[in-house]
Design a protein. Structure first.
Length: 224
């Protein structure tokens, strides 16, 4: 009986301790999950804490003045520790200037008291693709080449003479004249002007494709 009375208080005390620990654990978990609602004034503190992280206008001005003062007081350049290092710099600069003189496009006279900077030259024109307008200049077509082309393209005995070809060439643009000359080079003179030369549709179709693909010609008319 004495032993049972000694063990009973210890068991009750142990159970009470476990119950208090469980209650504290539950309360602590609830406070961690929703501490702004559990803590008095928690939402107010969170709201003002977000505002404190953004600097005010006065604080921002003070920070800007401080940075500008630092930039003003800091040295603009760092001098050489001794004249020998400065002389070595100017000698290396002179060597680099002599090496790049052939490709330097800076035309500033040497007597001008300014710092001469290196200015690379533009690449030569042969590296650039220059587009030539076929209508920029008048293309001269010989009457014989026109007569030869006429016999290759048009079938039949009716072909212009050299005198008539001079007048008819004027009615064609420079682009047409170039194409006429190109077509006339497809055959030799003997194959075209000899008696019994056979006519084919090959060059007539070639000229028709050219007329369909070249687009309209630009005509410039001068009126008084």
């Amino acid at each position: 009986m004495h032993l049972s009375l000694a063990i009973l208080p210890t068991t009750r005390h142990h159970n009470t301790t476990l119950t208090l620990q469980t209650i504290c654990h539950v309360l602590l978990s609830a406070w961690i999950v929703a501490w702004p609602l559990a803590f008095p004034g928690g939402l107010v503190l969170i709201k003002y804490w977000k505002g404190w992280r953004v600097p005010s206008r006065l604080v921002a001005q003070l920070q800007a003045w401080y940075k500008s003062a630092q930039n003003y007081l800091s040295p603009r350049y760092l001098p050489y520790s001794n004249p020998a290092q400065e002389d070595a710099y100017w000698r290396s600069a002179e060597r680099a200037r002599n090496a790049l003189r052939a490709s330097d496009a800076n035309v500033m006279p040497p007597e001008v008291p300014l710092v001469r900077y290196y200015m690379p030259r533009l690449p030569p024109l042969y590296r650039e693709k220059v587009e030539v307008d076929p209508e920029a200049g008048e293309y001269r077509l010989s009457p014989r080449a026109y007569c030869k082309w006429h016999r290759m393209v048009f079938r039949g005995p009716m072909h212009p003479t050299l005198k008539e070809a001079v007048e008819q060439v004027r009615h064609y643009s420079s682009r047409d004249r170039r194409e006429i000359y190109r077509i006339s080079r497809q055959l030799s003179d003997e194959e075209v002007f000899c008696k019994g030369a056979r006519w084919t549709m090959r060059f007539a179709l070639m000229w028709k494709r050219w007329l369909d693909a070249k687009g309209p010609d630009v005509a410039i008319v001068f009126q008084q």
